[in-house]
Design a protein around this ligand. Structure first.
Ligand code: NAG
Ligand code: NAG
Ligand code: NAG
Ligand code: NAG
Length: 124
């Protein structure tokens, strides 16, 4: 019961994020401040930066799955990330079952092509 209630509140959060995405899309984004790390033109730099913010917010990851979230491989190959193969935009974020703890950055709303997110079995 407790579990389904938290799942429900995450659904609400996600609905909220969707609203946020729509808000973001209706305002110019060029003022966004991107950390100017090594830009790799394959895929969208915004997506990469948001994923790195997300990683930074994770305070516990006992299974060490997030070590694949590093710059030696493209973010579309990071564990739990599914991209559109042609646009290389993040479509699905599946972080279920990695027993992560942390908080979600508001900038997750900048993953404008995201269609699904699964945060089950974590404590965000
Ligand atoms: C990356 O995505 C952002 C919004 O999600 C968009 O404003 C920006 O133009 C995109 N950049 C490229 C290079 O497609
Ligand atoms: C980056 O991720 C890959 C794939 O999981 C791994 O083989 C590699 O050791 C990682 N590199 C660093 C610096 O953690
Ligand atoms: C960008 O990333 C791809 C895939 O990881 C890699 O093959 C390519 O060499 C990188 N390009 C630059 C300019 O770093
Ligand atoms: C993403 O969204 C946040 C607000 O949540 C905004 O401050 C930021 O500039 C946006 N852009 C990037 C690239 O994170």
């Amino acid at each position: 019961m407790e579990h389904s209630r938290t799942t429900h509140s995450r659904l609400i959060l996600f609905t909220f994020l969707h609203g946020f995405i729509i808000l973001c899309m209706s305002t110019p984004l060029e003022s966004a401040t991107l950390p100017s790390a090594s830009a790799n033109a394959s895929g969208n730099e915004t997506d990469r930066v948001v994923l790195l913010y997300l990683k930074k917010r994770i305070t516990q990851e006992p299974l060490h799955e997030m070590s694949s979230w590093n710059d030696s491989i493209h973010f579309c190959s990071w564990v739990g990330v599914t991209c559109n193969p042609s646009t290389k935009r993040v479509l699905i974020l599946d972080l279920s079952s990695y027993k992560l703890a942390g908080s979600l950055p508001p900038s997750i709303g900048n993953l404008t092509h995201l269609t699904g997110i699964n945060l089950k079995n974590n404590s965000f």
